[in-house]
Ligand binder design. Sequence first.
Ligand code: DP6
Length: 328
Amino acid sequence: MSTVAQASPNIAFIKYWGKLASTSDQDRNMAQNPSLSLTLSQAKSTVEISRAEQNEFYIQGSRANELDEKKLRAHVQRVCEAYLKPAEAAQARFRIHSANNFPKGTGIASSASAFAALTVGLVAEITEKSKAEDELKNNLGLLSQLARRGSGSAARSVAGPFMKWDGEAAVVIESPWKLYDTILIFSEEAKKVSSTDGHARALSSTEFPARLKRIPQRMRLIEEAIRTQDLQALGPVLEEEAYEMHAIARTSHPPIDYALPATKVFLAALRELKSRSFFYTLDAGPNVHLISERPIGKEISTLLGDLNLAAKIWEDWTGPGPVIVSRT
Ligand code: DP6
C-alpha cells in the first residue's frame, strides 16, 4: 500500500517573520504576527508514503540528512498521534520519498509545500483517501495546525487560493482572482542564513515592534484589494511589506542581507518605471516574485536583457491546494 500526495508552495503577501517563544510541540512555529499568502499551482512537492519496518526518509532521491530526518520523524509522529490510537501511533513506521519539481533554495519555500503534502498524504495513508479528502473540506484547521508544526509557512499551503494565518491555523480566503507569480531566480544557491534563524534574529531588530503595529492595517488593505480584485491597490502594500521584512533582516543582530547585487539593480530599475502592471515581493532570499494579473514572462525577459541581468524565470499562478493523487 502506498499514498502519493502533492502540494504547492505559497508566496506570502504579508510575511511571517518572527516567532513566539515555544514551550511545547503544540505551540511550535507560532508567529508573532498574522500573515497572508497566495497558493501556487505549478511548483509542487510530491510525497510518496508507504508503511515500513523502519522509518526511512528520502529527499530528491537521496537519504535525508540527520537534521531533516529528525524534523520528518517528529512530523510523522505528530500526524499519527492526531489520527491514530496512542499504541498504533507509537508503532507506525514509514518509507517516505519527497521531491520537488522546482530547485531547492530558489526562494520558493519548499518546506511549506513539503510539509503540507506530507501532512495530507500521511492522513490518507493511515486512514482512507476519502477521509483525508473530507478533512481537506471539513477539518482544514487541524491539517493547517499540524502542517504549521512542521514548518510555519506550511500552515498556509493546505488550501488555496489565498490563506490567512492568525494563531494556531490558517483559513481560506475564497476568491475567483487569478494572479500570476513570475519568479526571477538570480541564484540557486541555498541561502546562508535559514528562515528559521532569520525568525529568531528578527526580534533583535529595534524596528520589529513598529513593524508589528503596522501589520493590522496592511492586512486590512490587502484583504480589501483581494476582495475587490484591485492590483493597483494591492501592489504598493505588497512592496512595502517585502521591503520591510528585508529591512528587519538587515537590522537584526547579527544582520542578514538576503539580497544580491542583481536583486538591488532589478528593484531599482522597477522604481524608475512610470506605470507597472506587476508588483514585487521577496521571500527570505535574493529572488524576486512579480505578481500580476496576466503572464509577463516575455516582458520581464526583455527587461532583464536591457538591464544586462541573468536570471532563470519560473512562471506560476494561483492554485487550489493539495491533492491526494493515489492511495493503493
Ligand atoms: C520569509 O516557514 O520557512 O517565507 O517555520 O522556521 O520553518 P519555519 O520558517 P518558514 O519561514 C518562512 C518565512 C518567509 C515568509 C512567509 O512565508 O510568510
